[in-house]
Design a protein around this ligand. Structure first.
Ligand code: PLP
Length: 373
């Protein structure tokens, strides 16, 4: 047996997820699942049509390896739709198969002695990717009630920071002014920000991060078709790397390590760009209904407006996990304990609003909360 990459040994499955699985096994009955952050609606017919048209085209003429940076038709369409006003070109946009992949690969670009800042609570893949990349100096940036549920620039020097807005799991988004503080921090410290915009299309008042002065020098944006157009099973994302030398470095990386995303999927993504965000509107509607119910029940929470997540403060005397158990067994409702996203998630549970049946979720909540609280 070959010796495995030693960094893999530093990866631990968060024990909370093992406990969640154990607890789910104990539950007998029909659950409303507000746990998983995955889409619950099928792909739009126009996307299926574009995907199958792409396959048919491949049956008529040979379409082999595409450009590892993505086809020009997609890069150009993204550029025209979102980035044409910021002084860079479509050559700064790179197509890939998911933010998860992009984060892991971007982390691999840098020396492992850098100091990296990761939000806590935050999307668990960041920590895993940082560990596998071999980083030892990992600093957790608290996203608590005191920080407005988002990470704030720390006093210490960091070289690389990953930010996510709207934030998973708290569902809160940066304003332009708040993001400006991060841009200034990065400019002063010569740091680089990886900005995860997976949920940008859920924002009530969306803005482009590059509208902020100086952002083009310090922010690499990562965007995905996953949550906006239901591509979690199809896979397509893009990174925007406006600055040198990182643009060239990333292009080099993609040329060496990645042979490009499949042609039909890029065709489907191209079509998706011109579609209305119908499913997002439905998930946002579910979020509003769930928020109204929690408000009516005098519950404390944030999120659910700019993102498909509600971050719900657990009642006095409960922990994240005990309240998760309560919701499971008394309300037949699956949430995620906040500690699944980091130690600063204690005291909260996350509800996903990616549900097609908010009314059922509300009926379950009402029954459980009214009976037991
Ligand atoms: N970023 C965040 C914050 C997420 O919550 C998720 C998935 O839940 C992803 C990225 C994954 O995106 P993709 O499907 O593009 O890999």
């Amino acid at each position: 047996m070959l010796k495995p990459n030693p960094h893999f040994n530093r990866l631990q499955k968060n024990p909370i997820f093992v406990d969640i699985e154990e607890e789910k096994k104990k539950f007998k009955g029909t659950l409303v699942d507000l746990g998983v952050g995955d889409v619950s609606k099928p792909l739009a017919p126009a996307i299926i049509e574009a995907l199958t048209a792409g396959c048919r085209e491949m049956g008529k003429r040979p379409i082999g390896y595409g450009p590892s940076t993505g086809y020009d038709f997609l890069r150009e369409a993204i550029f025209e739709k979102e980035y044409k006003n910021f002084g860079f070109t479509q050559d700064n946009i790179f197509i890939s198969d998911g933010i998860n992949t992009d984060v892991t690969h971007l982390f691999a670009l840098f020396g492992d002695d850098i100091a990296i800042g990761i939000p806590d609570p935050g999307y668990p893949a960041y920590k895993a990717a940082a560990i596998v990349a071999g980083y030892e100096k990992i600093f957790y940036l608290p996203c608590t009630a005191e920080t407005g549920f988002l990470p704030r620039p720390p006093s210490q020097d960091l070289d690389l920071i990953i930010l996510c807005s709207p934030h998973n799991p708290t569902g809160v988004a940066f304003t332009k002014e708040e993001l400006k503080e991060w841009v200034l921090y990065a400019q002063e410290r010569k740091a680089l920000i990886l900005y995860d915009s997976a949920y940008a299309s859920f924002m009530d008042e969306p803005f482009n991060v590059y509208e902020i002065d100086g952002a083009c020098e310090v922010i690499i944006e990562m965007k995905s078709f996953s949550k906006s157009y239901g591509f979690t099973g199809l896979r397509c994302s893009y990174t925007v790397v406006p600055m040198e030398p990182y643009r060239t470095l990333w292009e080099r990386h993609q040329n060496v390590m990645y042979n490009g995303l499949s042609y039909p999927v890029q065709k489907a993504a191209y079509t998706a760009l011109s579609l209305p965000l119908t499913e997002v509107a439905d998930y946002k509607h579910s979020g509003r209904l769930l928020r109204e119910e929690l408000e009516a029940q005098n519950q404390e929470f944030v999120g659910g407006l700019d993102a498909p997540y509600i971050w719900w403060k657990v009642p006095e005397g409960e922990t994240s996990f005990s309240f998760f158990q309560f919701l499971l067994h008394k309300c037949a409702l699956l949430a995620i304990p906040g500690t699944g996203f980091g130690i600063h998630g204690e005291g909260y549970v996350r509800l996903s609003t990616f549900t097609s049946e908010p009314e059922r979720a509300i009926a379950h909540l009402r029954r459980g909360l009214c009976v037991s609280m």
